[in-house]
Design a binder for this molecule. Sequence first.
Ligand SMILES: C[S@@+](CC[C@H](N)C(=O)[O-])C[C@H]1O[C@@H](n2cnc3c(N)ncnc32)[C@H](O)[C@@H]1O
Length: 213
Amino acid sequence: MRQRFKPWAKEKLIEHPEYVSVEPEKMKGKWHSFFGNDNPIHIEVGTGKGQFVNGMAKQNPSINYLGMELYDSIIITALDRILEDEKPNVKLIRADASHLLDYFEPGEIERVYLNFSDPWPKSKHAKRRLTHESFLKRYETVLKKPGEIHFKTDNQGLFEYSLHSMSTYGMFFNQVSLDLHKSDMEDNVMTEYEEKFSEKGYRIYRMEAQFRS
Ligand SMILES: C[S@@+](CC[C@H](N)C(=O)[O-])C[C@H]1O[C@@H](n2cnc3c(N)ncnc32)[C@H](O)[C@@H]1O
């Protein structure tokens, strides 16, 4: 995602500790208290501008959504979206998924969403893909068993890589769609990238994968 440097973004994030955690290590094991309830917590890794987590939070008030994003200048738009109508069940974490184990206790999360993750097409960059084995290990640890990953992308190469990486890891698939917008899924919440690419006529791929318990 293209980002413009916004020097004021960090300050604004810090002004809203009720919605954004910029020091997630301090929240390890305490995420339910951040939401003020024991409802399941679902995270979107690489939430971007937060359209998905905000839409999901509106659609499913008894699930807590946590949007994780690397960059202040991008996550700031997700915060603006939350502030527009102050939903209690969506919060943000400005953090790098590579350090997931520093932020969450084992079993603290109930689902991981990966939407339109950066494809890193060169094979020398495969380790950076969010569905690389090293990331799957981290997700498996922080997820409550059995633990699911829901994944959407327009990128056929990344989708094929991810199917292979997950099945090699021993995961199985509850749903696989090779053309989501022509499928019968009724409650799909679109992400920014999904809107942009489907308007251009690109096909959207989707899967629900589960770890073996
Ligand atoms: C292509 S965008 C997709 C944004 C959004 N999910 C969507 O579908 O519209 C991918 C986002 O993932 C973020 N990202 C990439 N690697 C990450 C990581 N290791 N931890 C957290 N966020 C990451 C990027 O900064 C970027 O905003």
